[in-house]
Write a protein of this length. Structure first.
Lengths: 144, 771
């Protein structure tokens, strides 16, 4: 019987989480340098204490509309295959303990980009927590 | 470099290395006492002694060689398990280490190994080796020899207990003491105490003047210096707005010191190219022998220094290029004799610094590369289509040898000719930001010129920004010059060729591309607004002239800032694969700026060029008739007729004041570069073209050259230079060789021979007039 902790965040109506072990740090909005011609999901580059980190706009990855101007994006910096990658999200939630027994695969009916980036779900008593596949989230979608 | 110096260098390298090895031996031997059966440790000890033996033999030190030989014998028995390590053997071996160290100290002090032949120790070692398993007898022998270990304790140690062995190994007691609980004391001078102090002091002179440092440590130092450079940039930038003089001065000082530190740290990573070069003569010799050729390798600029990582990256490409030159480039002695060349070929390997880069040239005086053969092979192998080939210049054709799957070697040898290699060479060199260029002349030889950056981590770069204020860094290595097109009177600095903007830079056409257009971050400016008239208002254009892939092009940017040392940081795969950016860096204000990849930008720019081209021209062209050199200069005559001449015949484009045209007899001449330049008008050549006499403004003149004879052709307007296939249809009009569709429009092809004939006749005429 295993338990894990998920770092959760909000993206529009979605309540998403990634394993805390994958998360390096969480940052407020950072100055961003745009990358012309880069894939749509790349929001830009940020300077993370001298290291250059690519910021992925999860909204674009999930095919959602843009974030409202007033709301600053939060950076969830996760360990990627080649180094840290920052995921831009709307709002940071709590760290949630989940049990492996609660795990359920993503429903078949979920389609489109969301299907590609969801690793599964944890139905919690009050809401549905979606587990994000960070590697897939950092790869341009097939549908894009 | 004299032979004596060489020897000294080898000797001091040997000394440094041996001292290190001996220190290692001390540690290994002591560790070995703890676990006498460790094969790894025994192997390591054996190898170390073996190395010293080998080198001392090589350097002609018979005593040292003999001594270590016996040590080696003993160790080989231990290693093979025929003998088990006991304290006697350990002490003997430690004694050996000490003696070797003493001999080395003598060598360092006097240059020779001294007269002592160390027979006692050798006898002891031999005795130990000949009586496997009988440690007590070995101890007897050591008693007899009276050199090393005190007799009684040795006798006691047949039990082999560690505690006792501590007592036994009397000549060097500390190491065992120190090492018993853990493993290794690192400092030999601490171990050997006062008795050895003199030796230790002496050896500091060589061994301590250089140290070996883990490359990983250097890398991390380099990285930290990179951070420091960034921080320095930030502080310097902030301090320019400060009025506190003390702070400004301190930041200037910081600026200076950081630059020096950066230079020093970079120097620690620098190694002479000789590390790679010195191996090549052997490669040349072996290969030449196996091919039955006579080749002499000459090395120049061996002390040219390069960053270690760069050096490592070019090792294989250089070896490959060298082999290639010997195998393909150089002929057999018979062929050379037949061609009137000396039978012995010369392969010159040359390295030098040039404008912040290192240039390495590999030149042979062999047969050269037959460009047409390359083209033929490329077509036969299906590497490239006949259409493409027909449009390529000689230089482009030559670069085909870098395509995968192409080898012009008639026979595949075990060395080269399989058609892999040159493409790998090019890729490897380009990966580190270098370029490869081939220069060749049939029958005379081939030179391969490789340009590589000095270092990869910190590079000087020019900072520019686009219209949206986004900043980019352009590596200085790709930068040719900066041109600012100012508003003002005079002709339009930008002309449109087939919709593509060009600028005439000192008579040569420079294709322009805007930063936004090439990066896809915005639309291109409406070039037609610029073309045809002078720039107005504050519409100055900043053009950064870049070179990449052998082409020059102008990148139009919004603003040009200063040059800075920037630290190259890697990019995520998502962005790297775009090919437009070489990396990113952090600016003084802490924000990220992308580093443009000039080669990628050039490719993107030419793609844009092709796209423009496709919009306008008809690609359905029969390439088989296309001329070899298909750059055409297009101009109009006074009646608006479009005419074209091959650009190859055009020496220069000039604009002259019509008033400077003077008449001599029936001809017009122009005083041009201290010569009289006969100037023809299109009407003089082509039937049915009427020239205007009332030219307003500057008169464009196309200057043709044939040898040192020149002739000018006054035209109405120079339209463009295009690369196009021309399929001329016959025409009977005098002065034309035909007419065809160039850049989508019907254009007459002028008979250049006729023009050049005029150059002769009229020049002769005008000379008479002048006389």
């Amino acid at each position: 019987m295993g338990a894990r902790q998920l770092c959760t965040f909000m993206l529009g109506d979605l309540y998403l989480g990634v394993d805390v072990c994958d998360v390096q740090e969480v940052l407020r909005e950072q100055p961003m340098t745009g990358v012309p011609s880069a894939p749509d999901i790349v929001s830009g580059l940020i300077n993370l204490r001298g290291e250059i980190v690519t910021a992925i706009d999860l909204r674009r990855r999930l095919g959602m509309g843009p974030r409202s101007q007033e709301e600053p994006a939060m950076n969830v910096v996760v360990h990627g295959e080649e180094g840290p990658v920052s995921l831009l999200v709307d709002e940071i939630g709590d760290v949630v303990d989940v049990e492996d027994t609660d795990y359920q695969p993503a429903p078949e009916t979920v389609q489109g980009p969301a299907r590609e980036v969801l690793a599964g779900t944890y139905p919690l008593p009050d809401r549905l927590l979606l587990l994000l596949d960070t590697a897939a989230a950092c790869t341009p979608g097939r549908s894009l | 470099m004299s032979g004596a110096d060489d020897l000294d260098e080898i000797l001091s390298e040997f000394l440094v290395e041996s001292h290190e090895n001996l220190d290692q031996l001390d540690r290994d031997l002591v560790a070995l006492e703890q676990e006498p059966d460790s094969r790894a440790l025994l192997g390591s000890v054996f190898r170390t002694i073996h190395t010293i033996k080998g080198t001392s033999g090589f350097l002609g030190m018979p005593h040292l060689e003999r001594l270590t030989h016996h040590g080696e014998n003993l160790l080989s028995l231990l290693r093979d398990g025929e003998l088990r390590l006991d304290p006697d053997i350990t002490s003997a071996l430690l004694q050996l280490v000490d003696t070797v160290r003493a001999v080395l100290a003598d060598i360092e002090a006097t240059g020779s190994e001294g007269d002592s032949d160390h027979d006692d120790l050798i006898a002891q070692l031999a005795a130990l080796a000949t009586k496997p398993g009988e440690a007590s007898s070995a101890a007897d022998i050591s008693n007899d020899t009276e050199v090393v270990t005190p007799a009684e304790p040795v006798g006691e140690t047949t039990t082999g207990a560690v505690e006792e062995s501590v007592v036994v190994v009397d000549p060097a007691p500390q190491p065992v003491d120190d090492a018993t609980p853990s493993d290794v004391p690192a400092d030999p001078s601490g171990i050997y105490g006062d008795a050895e102090a003199g030796l230790v002091d002496r050896r500091r002179s060589v061994a301590d003047s250089s140290i070996r440092v883990d490359v990983a440590l250097l890398d991390s130092m380099m990285q930290m210096v990179g951070e420091l450079v960034l921080t320095r940039n930030q502080i310097v930038q902030h301090s320019t707005y400060q009025e506190d003089l003390g702070l400004v001065r301190a930041s200037q000082r910081l600026d200076l010191i950081v630059s020096e530190l950066q230079g020093a740290v970079m120097r620690t990573r620098m190694q002479p190219i000789d590390n790679v070069f010195s191996k090549l003569p052997r490669v040349v010799r072996d290969l030449a022998q196996s091919c039955g050729k006579q080749v002499r390798a000459r090395l120049e600029g061996r002390d040219t220094e390069l960053d270690k990582t760069v050096l490592e990256a070019i090792k294989d490409p250089l070896t490959h290029l060298t082999r290639n030159a010997v195998d393909h480039g150089i002929e057999t002695p018979e062929e050379r004799a037949a061609a009137g060349k000396p039978e012995e070929a010369v392969l010159l390997l040359r390295a030098f610094h040039e404008s912040g880069q290192v240039v390495i040239e590999i030149s042979d005086d062999g047969r050269g590369i037959d460009v047409q053969k390359v083209a033929r092979t490329a077509r036969e192998r299906g590497v490239i289509s006949a259409d493409r080939l027909a449009t390529m210049s000689e230089r482009d054709l030559l670069s085909l040898i870098f395509l995968p799957g192409l080898s012009t070697a008639t026979a595949v040898t075990n060395v080269s000719g399989r058609g892999v290699g040159m493409d790998v060479v090019k890729t490897n060199i380009e990966r580190i930001g270098g370029t490869v260029e081939v220069l060749t002349r049939i029958g005379v030889g081939t030179t391969i010129r490789v340009r590589i950056p000095l270092t990869l981590a910190i590079i000087p770069a020019l900072l520019v920004s686009g219209r949206h204020g986004d900043r980019y860094a352009i590596p200085q290595a790709n930068l040719v010059e900066l041109v600012r097109l100012e508003p003002g009177s005079g002709p339009s600095p930008i002309e449109l060729v087939n919709g593509a903007p060009v600028h005439r830079l000192r008579g040569r056409l420079l294709p322009l591309v805007s930063l936004e257009e090439v990066l896809g971050s915005g639309t291109a400016p409406d070039w037609s607004e610029y073309a045809g008239s002078a720039l107005s208002g504050d519409a100055a254009l900043n053009v950064v002239v870049l070179q990449a892939d052998g082409h020059h092009f102008g990148l139009v940017v919004d603003e040009v800032h200063d040059t800075q040392e920037i630290v190259v940081k890697p990019l995520d795969r998502l962005i790297k694969t775009l090919g437009l950016y070489a990396g990113a860096t952090i600016m003084g204000d802490g924000r990220v700026a992308l580093i443009l990849d000039a080669v990628g930008i050039a490719q993107a720019a030419s793609v844009i060029g092709e796209r423009r081209e496709q919009n306008r021209t008809d690609d359905d062209i029969d390439a088989s008739v296309a001329s070899e050199d298909n750059m055409m200069l297009i101009f109009t005559a006074a009646d608006g007729r479009r005419l074209a001449v091959p650009l190859a015949h055009v020496a220069r484009l000039e604009e002259v004041d019509p008033a400077r045209l003077e008449r001599t007899g029936e001809r017009h001449v122009l005083q041009y570069r201290d010569q009289l330049l006969p100037v023809l008008r299109v009407g003089d050549l082509v039937a049915g073209v009427k020239d205007r006499d009332d030219v307003e403004g500057e008169l464009p003149v196309v200057v043709f050259a044939d040898g040192d004879r020149r002739v000018g052709l006054a035209v109405d307007e120079i339209v463009d230079v295009v690369t196009d296939h021309v399929v001329p249809s016959k025409t009977s009009t005098k002065g034309l060789i035909g007419c065809g569709v160039i850049a989508g429009k019907v254009t007459d092809l002028l008979d250049v021979d006729l023009v050049l004939r005029h150059a002769l006749t009229t020049l002769d005429g005008s000379e008479e007039e002048a006389a």
